[in-house]
Ligand binder design. Structure first.
Ligand SMILES: C[C@H](N[C@H](C(=O)O)[C@@H]1CCCN1C(=O)[C@@H](N)CC(=O)O)C(=O)N1CCC[C@H]1C(=O)O
Ligand SMILES: [Zn+2]
Length: 590
Protein backbone atom coordinates (compact mmCIF):
# COMPACT_ATOMS: atom_id res chain seq x y z
CA UNK A 1 0.00 0.00 0.00
CA UNK A 2 1.39 3.37 -1.04
CA UNK A 3 1.65 5.48 2.11
CA UNK A 4 0.03 8.88 1.80
CA UNK A 5 2.31 11.84 2.43
CA UNK A 6 0.28 12.34 5.56
CA UNK A 7 1.03 8.89 6.96
CA UNK A 8 4.70 9.14 6.02
CA UNK A 9 4.91 12.53 7.74
CA UNK A 10 3.24 11.12 10.84
CA UNK A 11 5.72 8.20 10.90
CA UNK A 12 8.64 10.58 10.52
CA UNK A 13 7.22 12.74 13.35
CA UNK A 14 6.72 9.73 15.60
CA UNK A 15 10.12 8.10 15.01
CA UNK A 16 12.13 11.35 14.80
CA UNK A 17 10.93 12.52 18.19
CA UNK A 18 10.25 9.17 19.85
CA UNK A 19 13.24 9.80 22.14
CA UNK A 20 11.32 12.65 23.73
CA UNK A 21 9.15 10.04 25.43
CA UNK A 22 11.99 7.86 26.73
CA UNK A 23 11.63 7.35 30.48
CA UNK A 24 15.31 7.99 31.29
CA UNK A 25 16.05 11.70 31.68
CA UNK A 26 19.81 11.33 30.98
CA UNK A 27 19.08 9.41 27.78
CA UNK A 28 16.54 12.01 26.70
CA UNK A 29 19.18 14.66 27.44
CA UNK A 30 21.75 12.82 25.32
CA UNK A 31 19.36 12.63 22.39
CA UNK A 32 18.51 16.31 22.71
CA UNK A 33 22.21 17.08 22.12
CA UNK A 34 23.11 14.44 19.58
CA UNK A 35 20.20 15.41 17.32
CA UNK A 36 21.62 18.91 16.87
CA UNK A 37 23.93 18.56 13.87
CA UNK A 38 25.14 22.16 13.77
CA UNK A 39 26.66 23.23 10.46
CA UNK A 40 26.81 19.57 9.38
CA UNK A 41 23.12 19.94 8.58
CA UNK A 42 24.10 22.03 5.54
CA UNK A 43 24.23 20.52 2.05
CA UNK A 44 27.76 19.39 1.14
CA UNK A 45 28.65 22.34 -1.06
CA UNK A 46 27.45 24.97 1.42
CA UNK A 47 29.20 23.23 4.33
CA UNK A 48 32.40 23.34 2.26
CA UNK A 49 31.90 27.03 1.50
CA UNK A 50 31.23 27.89 5.17
CA UNK A 51 34.25 25.91 6.37
CA UNK A 52 36.50 27.57 3.82
CA UNK A 53 35.16 31.02 4.70
CA UNK A 54 35.88 30.43 8.41
CA UNK A 55 39.39 29.21 7.65
CA UNK A 56 40.08 32.18 5.35
CA UNK A 57 38.91 34.67 7.98
CA UNK A 58 40.98 33.06 10.77
CA UNK A 59 44.13 32.88 8.61
CA UNK A 60 43.69 36.46 7.41
CA UNK A 61 43.32 37.70 10.98
CA UNK A 62 46.24 35.67 12.29
CA UNK A 63 48.63 36.74 9.54
CA UNK A 64 47.74 40.47 9.73
CA UNK A 65 50.79 42.71 10.26
CA UNK A 66 51.35 46.47 10.23
CA UNK A 67 54.21 48.89 9.57
CA UNK A 68 56.18 50.49 12.34
CA UNK A 69 54.95 53.91 13.45
CA UNK A 70 57.02 56.57 11.72
CA UNK A 71 56.75 59.94 13.51
CA UNK A 72 58.82 61.59 10.77
CA UNK A 73 56.29 60.68 8.11
CA UNK A 74 54.56 63.47 6.18
CA UNK A 75 52.30 65.47 8.46
CA UNK A 76 49.23 67.51 7.74
CA UNK A 77 49.33 71.28 7.98
CA UNK A 78 48.19 71.22 11.61
CA UNK A 79 50.89 68.70 12.48
CA UNK A 80 48.63 65.67 12.73
CA UNK A 81 49.68 62.29 11.40
CA UNK A 82 48.68 61.99 7.77
CA UNK A 83 46.82 58.70 7.70
CA UNK A 84 46.34 59.00 4.01
CA UNK A 85 50.09 58.60 3.71
CA UNK A 86 49.37 54.97 4.58
CA UNK A 87 47.42 54.54 1.43
CA UNK A 88 50.47 54.85 -0.77
CA UNK A 89 52.17 52.07 1.20
CA UNK A 90 53.49 50.44 -1.94
CA UNK A 91 55.62 53.36 -3.00
CA UNK A 92 56.25 54.53 0.54
CA UNK A 93 59.76 53.11 0.88
CA UNK A 94 60.69 51.32 4.07
CA UNK A 95 57.18 50.45 5.06
CA UNK A 96 57.18 46.69 5.14
CA UNK A 97 54.48 45.35 7.51
CA UNK A 98 56.50 43.52 10.15
CA UNK A 99 54.62 44.02 13.42
CA UNK A 100 52.12 41.30 14.40
CA UNK A 101 49.44 41.49 17.06
CA UNK A 102 51.26 39.15 19.42
CA UNK A 103 53.61 40.16 20.87
CA UNK A 104 54.32 43.50 19.16
CA UNK A 105 50.99 45.35 19.04
CA UNK A 106 49.79 43.96 22.39
CA UNK A 107 53.02 45.34 23.89
CA UNK A 108 52.70 48.72 22.12
CA UNK A 109 49.08 49.24 23.16
CA UNK A 110 50.06 48.34 26.73
CA UNK A 111 53.21 50.44 27.09
CA UNK A 112 53.15 53.39 24.66
CA UNK A 113 52.10 56.69 26.22
CA UNK A 114 52.22 58.60 22.92
CA UNK A 115 48.62 59.24 21.78
CA UNK A 116 49.77 59.66 18.20
CA UNK A 117 51.57 56.32 18.13
CA UNK A 118 48.65 54.65 19.90
CA UNK A 119 46.18 56.07 17.43
CA UNK A 120 48.33 54.95 14.50
CA UNK A 121 48.64 51.37 15.84
CA UNK A 122 44.92 51.30 16.70
CA UNK A 123 43.94 52.28 13.16
CA UNK A 124 46.62 50.34 11.26
CA UNK A 125 45.58 47.12 13.01
CA UNK A 126 41.94 47.63 12.00
CA UNK A 127 42.98 48.38 8.43
CA UNK A 128 45.05 45.17 8.32
CA UNK A 129 42.84 42.79 10.31
CA UNK A 130 39.27 44.06 10.19
CA UNK A 131 38.71 45.64 6.76
CA UNK A 132 39.74 42.59 4.68
CA UNK A 133 37.03 40.49 6.38
CA UNK A 134 34.10 42.76 5.67
CA UNK A 135 33.24 41.27 2.28
CA UNK A 136 33.35 37.71 3.57
CA UNK A 137 31.32 38.29 6.70
CA UNK A 138 27.92 38.77 5.08
CA UNK A 139 28.09 35.46 3.21
CA UNK A 140 29.36 33.87 6.41
CA UNK A 141 26.27 35.15 8.27
CA UNK A 142 23.92 33.86 5.56
CA UNK A 143 25.37 30.34 5.69
CA UNK A 144 25.51 30.33 9.50
CA UNK A 145 21.84 31.28 9.63
CA UNK A 146 20.91 28.64 7.07
CA UNK A 147 22.65 25.98 9.17
CA UNK A 148 20.88 27.22 12.31
CA UNK A 149 17.49 27.09 10.62
CA UNK A 150 18.15 23.53 9.41
CA UNK A 151 18.60 22.67 13.09
CA UNK A 152 15.25 24.20 13.98
CA UNK A 153 16.54 27.56 15.29
CA UNK A 154 15.48 31.07 14.24
CA UNK A 155 19.04 32.10 13.36
CA UNK A 156 22.63 31.51 14.46
CA UNK A 157 22.20 33.75 17.52
CA UNK A 158 19.19 31.70 18.66
CA UNK A 159 21.31 28.54 18.16
CA UNK A 160 24.17 29.98 20.28
CA UNK A 161 21.85 31.13 23.08
CA UNK A 162 20.34 27.62 23.28
CA UNK A 163 23.57 26.55 25.04
CA UNK A 164 22.13 28.25 28.16
CA UNK A 165 18.96 26.15 28.08
CA UNK A 166 16.65 29.01 29.06
CA UNK A 167 14.31 31.08 26.92
CA UNK A 168 14.84 34.32 28.84
CA UNK A 169 18.64 34.40 28.55
CA UNK A 170 18.78 37.94 27.11
CA UNK A 171 16.61 39.24 29.97
CA UNK A 172 18.88 37.54 32.48
CA UNK A 173 22.05 39.17 31.15
CA UNK A 174 20.31 42.55 30.69
CA UNK A 175 19.36 42.32 34.38
CA UNK A 176 22.89 41.43 35.46
CA UNK A 177 24.34 44.31 33.44
CA UNK A 178 21.82 46.74 35.01
CA UNK A 179 23.01 45.69 38.49
CA UNK A 180 26.68 46.12 37.57
CA UNK A 181 26.53 49.26 35.40
CA UNK A 182 26.74 51.72 38.38
CA UNK A 183 30.05 50.19 39.47
CA UNK A 184 31.32 50.31 35.90
CA UNK A 185 30.34 53.98 35.57
CA UNK A 186 32.21 54.86 38.78
CA UNK A 187 35.35 53.11 37.52
CA UNK A 188 34.95 54.75 34.09
CA UNK A 189 34.64 58.24 35.60
CA UNK A 190 37.72 57.76 37.79
CA UNK A 191 39.86 56.38 34.96
CA UNK A 192 38.72 59.17 32.63
CA UNK A 193 39.80 61.77 35.21
CA UNK A 194 43.23 60.15 35.50
CA UNK A 195 43.60 60.03 31.69
CA UNK A 196 42.75 63.73 31.49
CA UNK A 197 45.55 64.38 34.00
CA UNK A 198 47.90 62.46 31.72
CA UNK A 199 46.78 63.48 28.23
CA UNK A 200 44.70 66.62 28.74
CA UNK A 201 41.07 67.36 27.99
CA UNK A 202 41.56 68.07 24.31
CA UNK A 203 42.11 64.35 23.84
CA UNK A 204 39.97 62.98 26.69
CA UNK A 205 36.53 64.67 26.99
CA UNK A 206 35.58 65.30 30.67
CA UNK A 207 31.94 64.40 30.03
CA UNK A 208 32.33 62.15 27.03
CA UNK A 209 33.36 58.59 26.14
CA UNK A 210 37.04 57.65 26.61
CA UNK A 211 38.94 57.33 23.28
CA UNK A 212 39.57 53.59 22.82
CA UNK A 213 43.31 53.81 22.07
CA UNK A 214 44.28 55.15 25.53
CA UNK A 215 43.10 52.21 27.65
CA UNK A 216 46.11 49.89 27.31
CA UNK A 217 44.45 47.23 25.18
CA UNK A 218 43.80 46.87 21.45
CA UNK A 219 40.04 46.51 22.07
CA UNK A 220 39.86 48.50 25.33
CA UNK A 221 38.42 45.30 26.83
CA UNK A 222 40.57 45.29 29.99
CA UNK A 223 42.49 48.26 31.34
CA UNK A 224 45.13 46.59 33.54
CA UNK A 225 48.01 48.09 31.48
CA UNK A 226 47.16 51.64 32.54
CA UNK A 227 47.37 50.78 36.25
CA UNK A 228 50.49 52.97 36.42
CA UNK A 229 48.47 55.98 35.22
CA UNK A 230 45.45 55.34 37.42
CA UNK A 231 46.52 53.53 40.62
CA UNK A 232 44.71 55.12 43.61
CA UNK A 233 47.72 55.17 46.00
CA UNK A 234 50.97 55.31 44.01
CA UNK A 235 54.34 54.33 45.40
CA UNK A 236 53.20 51.09 46.99
CA UNK A 237 54.31 47.54 46.02
CA UNK A 238 52.68 46.97 42.65
CA UNK A 239 50.35 44.00 42.35
CA UNK A 240 51.50 43.74 38.75
CA UNK A 241 54.41 41.31 39.23
CA UNK A 242 55.57 41.34 35.60
CA UNK A 243 58.98 42.81 36.48
CA UNK A 244 59.49 40.35 39.33
CA UNK A 245 58.62 37.42 37.06
CA UNK A 246 61.28 38.61 34.61
CA UNK A 247 63.84 39.39 37.33
CA UNK A 248 63.41 35.89 38.75
CA UNK A 249 63.96 34.41 35.30
CA UNK A 250 60.54 32.83 34.88
CA UNK A 251 60.10 30.92 31.61
CA UNK A 252 56.72 30.27 29.95
CA UNK A 253 57.09 26.67 31.18
CA UNK A 254 57.55 27.90 34.77
CA UNK A 255 54.36 29.97 34.55
CA UNK A 256 52.33 26.95 33.48
CA UNK A 257 53.94 24.83 36.22
CA UNK A 258 52.96 27.55 38.71
CA UNK A 259 49.35 27.37 37.52
CA UNK A 260 49.37 23.57 37.65
CA UNK A 261 50.69 23.63 41.22
CA UNK A 262 47.64 25.64 42.29
CA UNK A 263 45.26 23.04 40.83
CA UNK A 264 47.23 20.21 42.51
CA UNK A 265 47.14 22.08 45.84
CA UNK A 266 43.33 21.74 45.72
CA UNK A 267 43.53 18.01 45.06
CA UNK A 268 42.61 18.47 41.38
CA UNK A 269 44.32 16.73 38.43
CA UNK A 270 47.92 17.38 37.32
CA UNK A 271 48.44 17.95 33.59
CA UNK A 272 48.99 14.64 31.73
CA UNK A 273 52.54 14.05 30.43
CA UNK A 274 51.33 14.52 26.84
CA UNK A 275 50.30 18.06 27.82
CA UNK A 276 53.94 19.01 28.50
CA UNK A 277 55.16 17.18 25.39
CA UNK A 278 52.63 18.48 22.88
CA UNK A 279 51.53 21.95 24.03
CA UNK A 280 52.89 24.99 22.18
CA UNK A 281 53.79 27.53 24.85
CA UNK A 282 56.23 29.71 22.89
CA UNK A 283 55.66 31.50 19.57
CA UNK A 284 57.54 29.56 16.88
CA UNK A 285 59.91 31.54 14.66
CA UNK A 286 59.74 29.29 11.60
CA UNK A 287 56.04 29.60 10.77
CA UNK A 288 52.90 31.64 11.33
CA UNK A 289 50.62 30.16 13.99
CA UNK A 290 47.33 31.41 15.39
CA UNK A 291 48.82 32.99 18.49
CA UNK A 292 45.56 33.76 20.25
CA UNK A 293 45.80 31.58 23.36
CA UNK A 294 43.63 28.45 23.32
CA UNK A 295 43.06 25.12 25.10
CA UNK A 296 42.30 21.84 23.34
CA UNK A 297 40.74 18.52 24.38
CA UNK A 298 41.57 15.79 21.86
CA UNK A 299 38.70 13.67 23.26
CA UNK A 300 40.75 10.55 23.97
CA UNK A 301 41.27 10.97 27.72
CA UNK A 302 45.03 11.40 27.19
CA UNK A 303 45.81 14.25 24.82
CA UNK A 304 45.14 17.80 26.10
CA UNK A 305 47.09 20.86 24.91
CA UNK A 306 47.42 24.62 25.25
CA UNK A 307 48.66 26.88 22.48
CA UNK A 308 49.88 30.24 23.79
CA UNK A 309 52.55 32.60 22.44
CA UNK A 310 53.50 33.25 26.05
CA UNK A 311 55.18 36.46 27.12
CA UNK A 312 56.60 36.84 30.64
CA UNK A 313 53.94 39.21 31.93
CA UNK A 314 51.36 39.07 34.71
CA UNK A 315 48.65 39.21 32.03
CA UNK A 316 50.02 36.06 30.39
CA UNK A 317 50.33 34.35 33.78
CA UNK A 318 46.62 35.00 34.36
CA UNK A 319 45.87 33.76 30.84
CA UNK A 320 47.88 30.60 31.57
CA UNK A 321 45.54 29.97 34.52
CA UNK A 322 42.55 30.64 32.27
CA UNK A 323 43.67 28.16 29.63
CA UNK A 324 44.66 25.55 32.19
CA UNK A 325 41.19 25.91 33.71
CA UNK A 326 39.76 24.63 30.43
CA UNK A 327 42.08 21.60 30.53
CA UNK A 328 41.19 20.92 34.18
CA UNK A 329 37.47 20.92 33.32
CA UNK A 330 38.16 18.60 30.35
CA UNK A 331 39.98 16.25 32.74
CA UNK A 332 37.25 16.40 35.40
CA UNK A 333 34.49 15.26 33.02
CA UNK A 334 36.54 12.85 30.90
CA UNK A 335 34.64 9.83 32.35
CA UNK A 336 31.26 11.23 31.30
CA UNK A 337 29.57 9.79 28.19
CA UNK A 338 31.08 11.60 25.18
CA UNK A 339 28.04 13.79 24.57
CA UNK A 340 28.25 15.14 28.14
CA UNK A 341 31.96 16.04 27.92
CA UNK A 342 31.42 19.78 27.90
CA UNK A 343 30.86 22.65 30.32
CA UNK A 344 27.51 22.82 32.13
CA UNK A 345 27.23 25.95 30.00
CA UNK A 346 29.98 27.80 28.06
CA UNK A 347 30.47 30.35 30.87
CA UNK A 348 31.35 27.61 33.36
CA UNK A 349 34.17 26.55 31.04
CA UNK A 350 35.45 30.13 30.96
CA UNK A 351 35.21 30.52 34.71
CA UNK A 352 37.31 27.60 36.02
CA UNK A 353 40.79 29.02 35.51
CA UNK A 354 39.72 32.52 36.44
CA UNK A 355 38.36 31.29 39.79
CA UNK A 356 41.78 29.99 40.78
CA UNK A 357 43.41 33.16 39.48
CA UNK A 358 41.20 35.19 41.84
CA UNK A 359 43.11 33.51 44.69
CA UNK A 360 46.48 33.32 42.93
CA UNK A 361 46.50 37.08 42.21
CA UNK A 362 45.95 38.12 45.84
CA UNK A 363 48.91 40.01 47.37
CA UNK A 364 49.08 37.45 50.19
CA UNK A 365 49.40 34.58 47.70
CA UNK A 366 51.92 36.46 45.54
CA UNK A 367 53.95 37.03 48.72
CA UNK A 368 53.62 33.31 49.62
CA UNK A 369 55.20 32.40 46.26
CA UNK A 370 57.84 35.13 46.57
CA UNK A 371 56.53 37.33 43.80
CA UNK A 372 55.66 40.22 46.10
CA UNK A 373 57.44 41.56 49.17
CA UNK A 374 56.34 43.31 52.37
CA UNK A 375 52.64 43.19 51.79
CA UNK A 376 50.65 44.79 54.58
CA UNK A 377 46.88 44.70 54.61
CA UNK A 378 46.51 48.47 54.88
CA UNK A 379 43.41 50.20 53.51
CA UNK A 380 45.47 51.79 50.72
CA UNK A 381 46.95 48.44 49.62
CA UNK A 382 43.48 46.92 49.67
CA UNK A 383 42.10 49.67 47.45
CA UNK A 384 45.07 49.41 45.09
CA UNK A 385 44.50 45.66 44.77
CA UNK A 386 40.73 45.95 44.28
CA UNK A 387 41.30 48.72 41.73
CA UNK A 388 43.72 46.53 39.72
CA UNK A 389 41.17 43.68 39.81
CA UNK A 390 38.43 46.08 38.64
CA UNK A 391 40.59 47.19 35.68
CA UNK A 392 40.32 43.55 34.59
CA UNK A 393 36.98 42.24 35.81
CA UNK A 394 34.70 45.34 35.85
CA UNK A 395 36.17 47.17 32.84
CA UNK A 396 35.56 44.02 30.80
CA UNK A 397 31.81 43.65 31.50
CA UNK A 398 30.26 45.97 28.88
CA UNK A 399 32.67 44.69 26.22
CA UNK A 400 31.84 41.07 27.10
CA UNK A 401 28.19 42.02 26.79
CA UNK A 402 28.21 44.04 23.56
CA UNK A 403 30.22 41.76 21.25
CA UNK A 404 27.40 39.21 20.97
CA UNK A 405 24.73 41.87 21.30
CA UNK A 406 26.11 43.14 18.00
CA UNK A 407 26.43 39.63 16.54
CA UNK A 408 22.94 38.53 17.59
CA UNK A 409 21.56 41.63 15.86
CA UNK A 410 23.58 40.81 12.71
CA UNK A 411 22.34 37.19 12.72
CA UNK A 412 18.73 38.26 13.29
CA UNK A 413 18.95 40.85 10.51
CA UNK A 414 18.32 43.84 12.85
CA UNK A 415 21.73 45.08 11.67
CA UNK A 416 22.14 45.09 7.89
CA UNK A 417 25.52 45.06 6.16
CA UNK A 418 25.31 48.84 5.61
CA UNK A 419 25.17 49.36 9.39
CA UNK A 420 27.84 46.88 10.58
CA UNK A 421 30.34 49.50 11.74
CA UNK A 422 28.04 52.28 12.90
CA UNK A 423 26.00 49.89 15.06
CA UNK A 424 29.25 48.50 16.50
CA UNK A 425 30.26 52.02 17.56
CA UNK A 426 26.77 52.81 18.83
CA UNK A 427 27.08 49.82 21.17
CA UNK A 428 30.68 50.69 22.12
CA UNK A 429 29.66 54.23 23.08
CA UNK A 430 26.38 53.33 24.74
CA UNK A 431 27.49 50.36 26.82
CA UNK A 432 31.23 50.86 27.22
CA UNK A 433 31.57 54.67 27.13
CA UNK A 434 34.43 54.20 24.70
CA UNK A 435 34.74 55.96 21.36
CA UNK A 436 36.75 55.55 18.18
CA UNK A 437 39.78 57.88 18.34
CA UNK A 438 39.25 58.76 14.70
CA UNK A 439 36.53 58.76 12.14
CA UNK A 440 35.11 55.39 11.15
CA UNK A 441 32.93 54.57 8.17
CA UNK A 442 31.31 51.61 6.46
CA UNK A 443 34.47 50.66 4.59
CA UNK A 444 35.86 49.74 8.01
CA UNK A 445 34.92 46.54 9.82
CA UNK A 446 36.07 47.09 13.39
CA UNK A 447 34.30 44.05 14.90
CA UNK A 448 36.45 41.91 12.56
CA UNK A 449 39.58 43.20 14.31
CA UNK A 450 38.65 41.12 17.38
CA UNK A 451 39.66 37.42 17.18
CA UNK A 452 36.31 35.90 18.13
CA UNK A 453 34.50 37.45 15.14
CA UNK A 454 36.62 35.86 12.36
CA UNK A 455 37.09 32.76 14.56
CA UNK A 456 33.32 32.61 15.02
CA UNK A 457 33.57 31.95 18.78
CA UNK A 458 30.62 33.18 20.86
CA UNK A 459 31.57 35.90 23.34
CA UNK A 460 28.77 36.41 25.89
CA UNK A 461 30.24 33.38 27.71
CA UNK A 462 32.96 35.68 29.05
CA UNK A 463 30.43 38.24 30.32
CA UNK A 464 28.57 35.48 32.19
CA UNK A 465 31.85 33.91 33.34
CA UNK A 466 33.07 37.18 34.90
CA UNK A 467 29.94 37.11 37.03
CA UNK A 468 29.60 33.40 37.82
CA UNK A 469 33.30 33.08 38.71
CA UNK A 470 32.63 35.27 41.74
CA UNK A 471 29.78 32.96 42.75
CA UNK A 472 32.27 30.11 42.52
CA UNK A 473 34.86 32.14 44.46
CA UNK A 474 32.40 32.96 47.26
CA UNK A 475 31.32 29.31 47.66
CA UNK A 476 34.83 27.86 47.47
CA UNK A 477 35.99 30.42 50.03
CA UNK A 478 33.16 29.32 52.35
CA UNK A 479 34.21 25.69 51.85
CA UNK A 480 37.83 26.68 52.58
CA UNK A 481 36.71 28.23 55.87
CA UNK A 482 37.68 31.78 54.83
CA UNK A 483 36.51 34.59 57.06
CA UNK A 484 36.87 38.31 56.34
CA UNK A 485 36.44 40.29 53.12
CA UNK A 486 35.90 38.18 50.00
CA UNK A 487 38.68 39.93 48.04
CA UNK A 488 41.27 38.70 50.54
CA UNK A 489 40.28 35.04 50.21
CA UNK A 490 42.87 32.61 48.90
CA UNK A 491 41.74 28.96 48.57
CA UNK A 492 45.32 27.67 47.95
CA UNK A 493 45.77 24.11 49.38
CA UNK A 494 42.13 23.82 50.52
CA UNK A 495 41.05 20.20 50.03
CA UNK A 496 37.46 21.17 50.93
CA UNK A 497 37.33 23.81 48.20
CA UNK A 498 38.90 21.33 45.79
CA UNK A 499 36.30 18.68 46.61
CA UNK A 500 33.41 21.08 46.05
CA UNK A 501 34.89 22.26 42.76
CA UNK A 502 35.42 18.67 41.64
CA UNK A 503 31.81 17.79 42.48
CA UNK A 504 30.64 20.57 40.17
CA UNK A 505 33.12 20.11 37.32
CA UNK A 506 32.85 16.31 37.10
CA UNK A 507 29.16 16.67 36.14
CA UNK A 508 30.18 18.10 32.76
CA UNK A 509 27.02 18.78 30.79
CA UNK A 510 25.16 15.78 32.22
CA UNK A 511 22.82 18.04 34.20
CA UNK A 512 21.32 21.45 33.34
CA UNK A 513 23.68 24.15 34.64
CA UNK A 514 21.22 25.41 37.33
CA UNK A 515 21.60 22.00 38.95
CA UNK A 516 25.40 22.36 38.84
CA UNK A 517 25.03 25.80 40.48
CA UNK A 518 22.82 24.24 43.12
CA UNK A 519 25.58 21.72 43.91
CA UNK A 520 28.07 24.60 44.14
CA UNK A 521 25.91 26.60 46.58
CA UNK A 522 24.61 23.61 48.58
CA UNK A 523 21.13 24.42 47.37
CA UNK A 524 21.20 28.14 48.25
CA UNK A 525 20.63 29.17 44.64
CA UNK A 526 20.57 27.83 41.10
CA UNK A 527 20.61 31.21 39.34
CA UNK A 528 23.28 33.58 38.05
CA UNK A 529 23.68 36.32 40.67
CA UNK A 530 25.60 39.62 40.77
CA UNK A 531 25.69 39.55 44.57
CA UNK A 532 29.15 37.97 44.99
CA UNK A 533 30.93 40.23 42.47
CA UNK A 534 29.26 43.29 44.05
CA UNK A 535 30.26 42.04 47.52
CA UNK A 536 33.85 41.50 46.37
CA UNK A 537 34.14 45.07 45.01
CA UNK A 538 32.00 46.80 47.67
CA UNK A 539 34.99 48.52 49.41
CA UNK A 540 36.14 49.89 46.04
CA UNK A 541 32.63 51.08 45.09
CA UNK A 542 32.38 53.21 48.25
CA UNK A 543 35.88 54.57 47.72
CA UNK A 544 35.16 55.46 44.06
CA UNK A 545 31.89 57.19 44.97
CA UNK A 546 33.73 59.37 47.49
CA UNK A 547 36.52 60.15 44.99
CA UNK A 548 34.02 60.91 42.21
CA UNK A 549 31.65 63.12 44.16
CA UNK A 550 32.47 66.13 41.96
CA UNK A 551 32.89 64.05 38.81
CA UNK A 552 30.46 63.78 35.92
CA UNK A 553 29.36 60.14 36.09
CA UNK A 554 28.59 58.52 32.71
CA UNK A 555 29.19 60.05 29.29
CA UNK A 556 27.43 62.03 26.61
CA UNK A 557 27.85 60.68 23.10
CA UNK A 558 28.06 64.12 21.52
CA UNK A 559 31.01 64.99 23.76
CA UNK A 560 33.17 62.44 21.99
CA UNK A 561 36.38 63.83 20.53
CA UNK A 562 36.86 62.20 17.15
CA UNK A 563 39.72 63.24 14.92
CA UNK A 564 39.35 62.31 11.38
CA UNK A 565 39.63 62.97 7.74
CA UNK A 566 36.28 62.57 6.07
CA UNK A 567 37.66 60.42 3.28
CA UNK A 568 35.92 61.19 -0.02
CA UNK A 569 34.09 57.87 -0.28
CA UNK A 570 33.21 57.60 3.38
CA UNK A 571 29.52 56.92 3.85
CA UNK A 572 29.85 58.30 7.34
CA UNK A 573 26.75 57.72 9.39
CA UNK A 574 25.42 60.96 10.92
CA UNK A 575 27.18 59.94 14.14
CA UNK A 576 26.28 62.96 16.29
CA UNK A 577 29.69 62.81 17.93
CA UNK A 578 31.37 62.93 14.56
CA UNK A 579 29.31 65.90 13.43
CA UNK A 580 30.18 67.69 16.69
CA UNK A 581 33.86 66.96 16.14
CA UNK A 582 33.77 67.97 12.50
CA UNK A 583 32.38 71.34 13.54
CA UNK A 584 34.88 71.77 16.35
CA UNK A 585 37.56 74.44 15.67
CA UNK A 586 40.44 72.03 16.39
CA UNK A 587 39.52 69.92 13.38
CA UNK A 588 41.95 70.28 10.52
CA UNK A 589 41.12 70.78 6.89
CA UNK A 590 40.47 67.38 5.33
C1 LIG B 1 42.58 33.99 25.63
C2 LIG B 1 41.24 33.33 25.51
N1 LIG B 1 41.27 32.34 24.42
C3 LIG B 1 40.03 31.58 24.20
C4 LIG B 1 39.61 30.90 25.52
O1 LIG B 1 40.47 30.30 26.20
O2 LIG B 1 38.44 31.04 25.86
C5 LIG B 1 40.25 30.56 23.07
C6 LIG B 1 39.97 31.24 21.75
C7 LIG B 1 38.50 31.11 21.58
C8 LIG B 1 38.07 29.89 22.39
N2 LIG B 1 39.28 29.48 23.10
C9 LIG B 1 39.56 28.26 23.61
O3 LIG B 1 40.65 27.99 24.07
C10 LIG B 1 38.50 27.21 23.64
N3 LIG B 1 38.97 26.03 22.91
C11 LIG B 1 38.27 26.87 25.11
C12 LIG B 1 37.21 25.80 25.29
O4 LIG B 1 36.09 26.08 24.82
O5 LIG B 1 37.52 24.76 25.87
C13 LIG B 1 40.19 34.40 25.22
O6 LIG B 1 39.87 34.62 24.07
N4 LIG B 1 39.70 35.16 26.24
C14 LIG B 1 40.00 35.00 27.65
C15 LIG B 1 39.31 36.18 28.33
C16 LIG B 1 38.44 36.87 27.33
C17 LIG B 1 38.81 36.32 25.96
C18 LIG B 1 39.57 37.37 25.13
O7 LIG B 1 40.81 37.32 25.12
O8 LIG B 1 38.90 38.23 24.54
ZN1 LIG C 1 38.47 30.44 27.73
Amino acid sequence: MEWSRFHRHKWDQATTFAWKNFSSAPVRRMFSFVTVLGRAALPEDKLKELTELTQEMKSSYSAAKICRYDPTRRRLDNGDYDYNADNDLDNDIGCIPTLSLEPHLVQLMATSRDPEELRYVWRAWRDAAGRPLRGKYTRFVELSNEAARLNGFEDAGDFWRSDYETDDFEDIIDGLWAELRPLYEQLHAYVRRKLIEKYGDTIVPPRGPIPAHLLGNMWAQTWTHILDLTVPYPGRPSVDVTNTLRRQGYSPFDMFRLSESFFISLGLEPMPSTFWQKSLLIKPTDRDVICHASAWDFCNGIDYRIKQCTQITMEDMITAHHEMGHIQYDLQYRNQPFIFRDGANPAFHEAVGDVLALSAATPSHLQEINLLANVDESFENDINFLFSMALDKIAFLPFGYLVDKWRWEVFSGEISESQYNSRWWDLRVNYQGVSAPLLRDEDDFDPGAKFHIPANVPYVRYFVSFIVQFQFHAELCKAAGHSGPLHRCNIYRSAEAGRLLRNVLSLGKSRPWPEALSVLTSGRTNQLEAGPILEYFEPLMSWLESQNKDEFIGWQENEAIVLGVVSSNASVRPFSAVIAALKSPSRRAS
